[in-house]
Design a protein around this ligand. Structure first.
Ligand SMILES: CCCCC/C=C\C/C=C\C/C=C\C/C=C\CCCC(=O)SCCNC(=O)CCNC(=O)[C@H](O)C(C)(C)COP(=O)(O)OP(=O)(O)OC[C@H]1O[C@@H](n2cnc3c(N)ncnc32)[C@H](O)[C@@H]1OP(=O)(O)O
Length: 189
């Protein structure tokens, strides 16, 4: 029992009526995010809405992302998958965090590769959101390099307020755009 198989009674995911249209960029959920923010050491990953409850994202592997010489670090690749999967939140208008992420590294990913990622929600059961993702080399139809299955757990904004370091939480709470985003996601009619 991996915890990644939807239980009996799980339902199809629902795309929120106000979700961005397919092809629209999703933007960063937080400007200091390692995955999607504008951090100089981050991934600089940009995701777009797909059909249904799916997203696509591109990420270029840089020299700062190496593990072995000339090859991407597995943890960086897992982070890119995690970020892409996290972007699914936008389409459901829920805030959820990664509970479990299982990654298959299918082939090595050289520095300079443009990695094309795709993620989708497969099922929902209460607060549990079951998803999968894949990463391909060079183009959306390129050779498969990564596969992942994940379980995200829905949380309230309080999850961050109660657990995040005060310095960053205070700054986020003082930023009207950040608060508006967080609250819009939390209210999921
Ligand atoms: C104004 C301030 C604004 C701040 C917010 C700003 C913007 C917000 C927008 C988006 C931000 C959202 C996410 C970040 C985005 C992208 C980054 C990519 C995503 C990540 O990188 S995010 C970081 C890594 N992530 C964590 O930092 C989680 C640490 N963790 C916990 O915080 C808890 O662990 C939690 C909350 C996961 C659960 O805790 P909990 O107490 O709420 O719930 P509980 O334990 O009862 O679990 C409920 C049901 O899930 C099952 N379950 C739980 N965990 C499981 C596991 N691992 N495997 C299998 N099943 C599992 C249970 O078995 C139970 O199942 P059942 O209901 O069937 O019994």
């Amino acid at each position: 029992m991996t915890g990644l198989t939807p239980p009996e009674g799980a339902t199809e995911p629902v795309r929120h009526p106000d979700a961005p249209a397919p092809g629209e960029p999703l933007g960063a959920h937080y400007d200091q995010c390692f995955g999607c923010g504008d951090q100089s050491r981050g991934l600089g990953l940009s995701a777009r809405a797909g059909e249904g409850v799916s997203v696509t994202a591109d990420f270029t592997v840089g020299a700062g992302h190496q593990g072995a010489p000339g090859l991407a670090h597995g943890g960086v690749l897992a982070a890119a998958l995690d970020e892409t999967l996290g972007s699914l939140n936008w389409l459901q208008r829920v805030i959820a965090v990664t509970g479990r992420l299982e990654t298959d590294f299918v082939r090595p990913v050289p520095v300079g590769t443009e990695l094309h990622l795709e993620a989708r929600v497969t099922a929902v059961h209460g607060r549990k959101i079951y998803c999968s993702a894949a990463g391909r080399i060079g183009s959306p139809d390129g050779p498969l390099a990564l596969r992942a299955q994940a379980l995200f757990i829905e949380v309230r904004v309080d999850h961050f307020i109660e657990n995040g370091r005060a310095e960053e939480i205070d700054a986020a709470l003082a930023d009207p755009d950040q608060v508006k985003l967080a609250r819009a996601f939390e209210v999921n009619p």
